[in-house]
Design a protein. Structure first.
Lengths: 384, 428
């Protein structure tokens, strides 16, 4: 009995440090755990604070009670001597499985307590969430506002390469944007185009990827909230229509696709086949709608725009091989693999790119441009 | 024109959720420094707050990751790399502490001169330049005026400092591989870096006499072709790894008379803790007189790794001298030079007395590799086992499995001074 009481009392014999968080909450923490934080250690040694409740050490603003709990967990584990590196690593890996908000708070708090190993650990974890991701993915992960205009996003590029094509792209982009706005105003209804407009580059990419074996659109998971209606009608019934549509589009393609490079490209019918399989993830309806919109454009303006896009496409094609190299290598890293249907590499390359063009033309000019911007961005901003 | 897209979240909520954008600058630098420069620079399009976050990054590393995919076209890659470095340096602001340039397709282009000049005006502390392709890149004189340098690492470069060069007064770590410089340049370079603690020299030319005058040197790793090594005032040197890549033969004894290179070598190494004698360097020790033991024992030496020819009498004597002079040795690694183990060893036989006066009171771990079961090798193993009372483990790994069984049977029979000793036979 008395032994049991002793056992209960015994922990009280341990030394404790009193800590106060910015919200006024005071708590006592085992000395060896608290002293693992250099900031607390210094405070204790230099000022003698922390010995009682009335002399609690005030922690920096950045350490809130919830985060303090996490930090103490970390200290409690790591202050124990004699743990193997493997044990520590396993603990660390589990420890940083937190949401981004907590992770950021933890980094900041650890920094204010001068707990360097924890700052290293958390900042490394944050870095891993950024590296190799597209801007869209990063924004989504960290809830960053997408508050830069496309022009602003391109600004660093303009500084970097005084490429006339980028200026042209900028101008085109601005024009398309204005035009879309006007059209919106005019119609004042929720047209499909609105939604198309919302589709991110990612969607387009997954669309392009759609053809490489997973016609079920597995990669779409990220964009579930975005507009991705799929008509589950049997493919046979729509394929004729689709084909017709493609045929029309193909004929109306910018000349760049039909002269020059096209010599290296498989026959048009083959392209069409590829096209069909690739377009599965998208609803045919969408494409028709876009067609409608296109038709409703002021013919003169449409013609002018088309000419410009055509011109742009031709310029884009002027340094084709190296561009393809880059897009290809880009693809390898962010899983943007051109549709692999026929054996050899170069063939794939060209069909892939041709496909992009074909489909984009069908989507809407805006998306087409945003993909071009995307390419430009990753290609020219070439820490890429 | 400049209209901004409406933010996706109401402002208040955004502030709450978007924690990362409001982290202090030094933490941001830390996060960004954990990723490749390419990823770091790309963050500038994330949002307005991220626009300029990367530009104060103190570490700039241009390596293979900064260009995606490899192109066969050399000039294309070169132009691209040059473009990237130029623009990053242009956009960057604040001090650059570390600058590393190491791309597998990098040649010694003159653009590097310009970047070094730029860096030399700042306070760069770490400079790493690895020229993986082409001829030696001649460093511009401006590199020699980077007086804040703490770490300098060069690969495939030609060093020719200006006459005004006064040494790197802050340099603590120097790593030179595949470099060319004159004898006099080398000597003054080493002697005029008073704080030098780590020195790595691999595959160099232009000098053959290694005069190491470095009072603070603790780590010295050298591998290459040289004739002579001389330590002066290296009383802090604790870790030495030294490899001579050619078999020099014995003509040296003529040039250095009968002074023992072994004694000279250790005269200025009172603090040595780890020593690796690689390639043919043992032959250098064997040059001249080999004493029975060194005048002053290597008290702190606890790790010794030696590549040797067990058949060579001279080399064996050197090894015995080293072992006798290392009373606190805890770990020993013996590697046979495979190309020399082929001849039958009956010609050289060791007198028992060679192995006397030698007790390894601290030796715990022994590793023996590349042997082929020759008499001299087995004698050596027998001798170590019989004289190591606290031995815990001996690992034996022969060069080939031929005769492995015989070797094992013989190993089993050897008496062991340590009751704890286990012998591990590893298949080749």
């Amino acid at each position: 009995m008395s032994e049991g009481a002793m056992a209960v009392v015994k922990p009280e014999m341990k030394s404790y440090i009193w800590l106060q968080t910015a919200d006024g909450l005071i708590q006592q923490v085992e000395e060896e755990v608290a002293m693992f934080c250099p900031m607390i250690c210094r405070e204790v040694l230099q000022t003698g604070m922390g010995s009682s409740k009335t002399y609690a050490i005030s922690l920096p603003q950045r350490v809130n009670p919830a985060i303090l709990g996490l930090i103490l967990d970390y200290c409690r584990f790591h202050q124990v001597p004699g743990r193997s590196n493997k044990e520590r690593k396993t603990f660390d890996e589990k420890f940083i499985r937190l949401d981004t908000k907590k992770l950021c708070e933890l980094t900041s708090a650890a920094d204010s307590l001068q707990l360097r190993p924890l700052v290293d650990l958390t900042s490394r974890a944050l870095a891993r969430m950024i590296e190799g991701k597209t801007p869209e993915e990063i924004r989504e992960t960290f809830h960053l506002p997408d508050d830069l205009t496309e022009e602003e996003k391109l600004e660093p590029l303009r500084n970097m390469t005084d490429d006339p094509r980028i200026r042209l792209l900028n101008r085109l982009y601005a024009r398309k944007r204005k035009e879309l706005k006007e059209r919106e105003k005019l119609k004042n209804v929720e047209v499909e185009e609105e939604r198309v407009d919302e589709r991110s580059v990612d969607d387009l990419l997954s669309f392009i990827n759609g053809g490489d074996g997973d016609s079920k659109g597995v990669r779409c998971t990220k964009n579930k909230k975005k507009n991705r209606r799929r008509k589950d009608q049997p493919r046979d019934s729509s394929s004729n229509n689709e084909n017709g549509n493609h045929q029309k589009e193909l004929n109306g393609l910018p000349s760049a696709c039909q002269n020059g490079e096209v010599d290296d490209v498989p026959s048009q019918s083959k392209t069409l086949n590829l096209q069909d399989s690739a377009s599965v993830p998208f609803s045919p309806k969408l494409e028709f709608d876009d067609g409608d919109i296109d038709d409703e454009l002021d013919p003169a303006m449409k013609e002018e725009l088309d000419r410009e896009v055509e011109d742009f496409a031709r310029r884009l094609n002027s340094v084709w091989p190296e561009r393809m190299q880059e897009i290809l290598s880009l693809g390898q890293e962010r899983r943007l693999v051109p549709i692999s249907m026929n054996g050899n590499g170069s063939l794939k390359t060209y069909t892939g790119m041709l496909l992009i063009k074909l489909n984009l033309r069908q989507l809407c000019p805006f998306s087409y441009l945003s993909l071009l911007v995307f390419f430009f961005f990753f290609e020219n901003f070439n820490l890429d | 024109m400049k209209q901004r897209e409406p933010p996706k979240f109401p402002c208040k909520m955004e502030m709450e959720v978007d924690k990362i954008s409001n982290l202090p600058g030094h933490i941001m630098d830390k996060i960004l420094s954990h990723m490749s420069l390419r990823d770091a620079v790309r963050t500038s399009v994330l949002s307005s707050k991220w626009r300029n976050k990367w530009i104060t990054l103190p570490h700039l590393v241009f390596d293979n990751q900064c260009i995606l995919g490899s192109s066969q076209d050399q000039t294309f890659v070169k132009n691209k790399l040059v473009n990237i470095v130029d623009h990053v340096l242009l956009l960057h602001t604040g001090p650059i502490q570390k600058f590393k340039l190491s791309h597998r397709d990098l040649q010694g282009v003159c653009d590097i001169d310009r970047w070094i000049l730029y860096l030399s005006r700042g306070s760069v502390k770490e400079f790493v330049l690895e020229v993986w392709k082409g001829n030696r890149y001649k460093l511009p004189s401006s590199v020699f005026s980077c007086q804040k340098l703490i770490h300098l690492e060069l690969f495939n470069c030609l060093l020719k400092p200006p006459s005004t060069f006064n040494g790197f007064r802050s340099l603590q770590s120097l790593d030179l591989q595949h470099i060319t410089m004159d004898q006099i340049v080398f000597e003054t370079l080493i002697a005029s870096c008073p704080l030098l603690e780590r020195l790595t020299l691999m595959n160099f030319d232009g000098f053959t006499y290694l005069e190491i005058h470095a009072p603070n040197l603790q780590f010295f790793d050298v591998g290459g072709i040289f004739e002579y090594v001389n330590f002066v005032n290296t009383f802090q040197l604790a870790i030495v790894s030294i490899g001579l890549y050619v078999d020099v033969g014995y003509e040296h004894s003529l040039t250095h008379g009968n002074t023992s290179s072994l004694i000279n070598f250790f005269a200025h190494l009172p603090r040595i803790q780890r020593l690796e004698v690689q390639s043919y360097f043992l032959k250098y020790f064997a040059d001249g007189n080999v004493p029975e033991r060194l005048p002053a024992p290597c008290i702190e030496l606890n790790y010794l790794s030696i590549r040797m020819n067990f058949n060579d009498m001279e080399e064996t004597l050197v090894v015995l001298c080293l072992l006798r002079s290392s009373p606190n040795l805890q770990e020993l690694e013996m590697l046979a030079r495979p190309e020399e183990q082929t001849d039958v060893g009956t010609a050289t036989s060791f007198c028992e007395k060679d192995y006397q006066n030698c007790l390894f009171n601290q030796l715990r771990l022994v590793k023996i590799a590349g042997i082929s079961g020759l008499r001299c090798e087995m004698d050596f193993i027998k001798f170590v086992l019989a004289n190591s009372p606290v031995l815990e483990r001996m690992t034996v790994k022969p060069a080939s499995s031929d005769g492995g069984w015989e070797l094992l049977k013989e190993l089993l029979r050897f008496r062991r001074a340590s009751v704890l000793a286990e012998i591990i036979y590893l298949d080749p």
